[in-house]
Write a protein that binds this ligand. Structure first.
Ligand SMILES: Cc1cc2nc3c(=O)[nH]c(=O)nc-3n(C[C@H](O)[C@H](O)[C@H](O)COP(=O)(O)OP(=O)(O)OC[C@H]3O[C@@H](n4cnc5c(N)ncnc54)[C@H](O)[C@@H]3O)c2cc1C
Length: 446
């Protein structure tokens, strides 16, 4: 990633975008197309995924920060900029993005297209909710500038969570906020879900912390991690070799981090740290970042088990149904730790259906990350989660294995809004539609 000097002309960017538009315009073949970017993809590798065989549109040079407006507290960047580079650049001005996903090499474009959240999401929602403007290239080669209020507002909202099926995002403008140099974390340990929920709700209502997430270490040990920006720290921690960050939350009551180290504290894996064993970590742990693990997994995806894949999935559960979900989860799955992130969608998302919203009473959700578990024989844990979430009005992220039937899928996702945005951004269906891409092509089905 190269950081363009602030205020330089966007000519080079415009040239790159013109190339992307021209390639799309010139494409006469109607076979599906997917993106080639520089950073590793944070999608769970799937052995039969058709994307490995698709033609590629190369957007790997779209990885520059174009502008940091210190006074206006905004940043304009190309989609391939990784959060680790972004935070390094904005911190020079004492600023950070409002939502910084926990893995260093998640990109800003991927964060919008694949729904990224983190410990400031209880205030600001997802990364998309902090975006003011996108430049989107349609597969007919048209260049749209979208905002939440202009004539392209439907496209603006629908590219969130569209997994690259509604055109190519080539530029994003998003908000920044002032940051201190350090973060102080305080851990609240609870022995019951009821007490945990009460603590989350109190913090949510009071907004008296900058960051909130947690680790569920078992049915009788729930940890809420509450962070505040601070100007000074008596010591600072980094967890990037022998100790996995999540493990420390089981014992500690307090910790201090440099702000970037706070953001990327889970970079070695959230609760699925690789290697798992201490010996493995001693030997190679220092050099094995999450993006290297993902790259290796992508390369050997063909050899991964297709019938009983490991479970790596995020589920979004309405806060009022949290206890009901956990009760079921302990009975049916019983595996932990889980990462828990309170999340308040900043607005009504037009990509979720009216039927889904009719069943929702809550303004707060919790994202529960179930990462890196083996499926027991005879169980399809992904499908079990889908069925439970349909009952509880939750949503499952589409980053891994999806078994929704098409009618079920479009009862959750908004078919009409999706079709309207599709007719503008990809009328020839070069990028597949959302259901086909995430629920069929990933299983090797056309
Ligand atoms: C193991 C694991 C851990 C994770 N941990 C976290 C976490 O801690 N916090 C969090 O918020 N999320 C996490 N995620 C989810 C992650 O945020 C999303 O998967 C996100 O989409 C990844 O972004 P990426 O940059 O890797 O994009 P990619 O994986 O490369 O792309 C995601 C989707 O977006 C599309 N896309 C990418 N760029 C563009 C573009 N320019 N225009 C249009 N479409 C585009 C791609 O086609 C693809 O369908 C995790 C995922 C995994 C697999």
């Amino acid at each position: 990633m190269v950081w363009a000097a602030e205020g330089t002309s966007m000519t080079e960017h415009d040239r790159k975008v013109a190339r992307v538009a021209q390639q799309l315009r010139a494409r006469t073949c109607l076979h599906p197309l997917s993106l080639r970017k520089r950073a590793a993809s944070h999608q769970v590798p799937k052995p039969r995924d058709l994307k490995y065989r698709e033609d590629k549109l190369d957007v790997s040079d779209l990885d520059r920060i174009l502008d940091i407006d210190v006074e206006g507290r905004t940043c304009t960047a190309e989609p391939g900029v990784t959060f680790v580079d972004l935070v390094a650049a904005t911190m020079r001005h004492g600023l950070v993005p409002l939502v910084v996903p926990e893995l260093k090499t998640i990109t800003v474009g991927g964060a919008v297209s694949g729904c990224s959240i983190e410990s400031m999401s209880f205030v600001y929602g997802g990364f998309h909710d902090t975006c003011l403007e996108y430049e989107v290239v349609t597969t007919d080669g048209e260049i749209l500038v979208t905002t939440p209020d202009n004539e392209h507002r439907l496209v603006h909202e629908m590219v969130h969570g569209a997994f690259g099926t509604l055109g190519i995002i080539t530029r994003l403008k998003f908000r920044l906020l002032p940051a201190a140099r350090f973060v102080r974390l305080e851990y609240h340990h609870h022995s019951s879900l009821g007490a945990y929920q009460a603590d989350i709700h109190e913090r949510y209502a009071r907004r008296d912390v900058d960051f909130m997430d947690g680790i569920i270490h078992g049915p009788e040990h729930y940890v809420l991690s509450l962070g505040r920006f601070v100007d000074q720290a008596p010591y600072t921690s980094t967890y990037n070799w022998m100790t996995a960050y999540y493990e420390t939350t089981a014992e500690r009551h307090e910790d201090y981090f440099r702000t970037p180290d706070y953001f990327f504290r889970y970079d070695r894996g959230v609760t699925n740290v690789r290697p798992r064993s201490k010996l493995g970590r001693l030997l190679v742990g220092r050099f094995l970042h999450s993006s290297q693990v993902l790259r290796i997994a992508e390369k050997i995806a063909w050899a991964l088990p297709a019938d009983r894949p490991g479970v790596t999935v995020d589920v979004f559960v309405p806060f009022s149904r949290f206890a009901e979900f956990m009760d079921w989860y302990w009975r049916e799955f019983g595996v932990y730790p889980l990462w828990c992130v309170p999340y308040r969608p900043a607005k009504r998302y037009p990509w979720l259906s009216d039927e889904w919203y009719a069943g929702l009473k809550d303004e707060l959700m919790v994202d529960l990350a179930i990462y890196g578990y083996r499926q027991p024989p005879g169980k399809n844990c992904y499908r079990m989660l889908e069925e439970k979430l349909m009952e509880l009005n939750g949503v499952k992220t589409l980053i891994s294995f999806n078994y929704y039937r098409e009618d079920e899928f479009w009862r959750i996702w908004h078919r009409e809004n999706y079709a309207a945005a599709k007719s503008i951004t990809d009328p020839r269906n070069l990028l597949r539609d959302l259901f086909s891409k995430t629920c069929r092509a990933t299983h090797g089905l056309e």
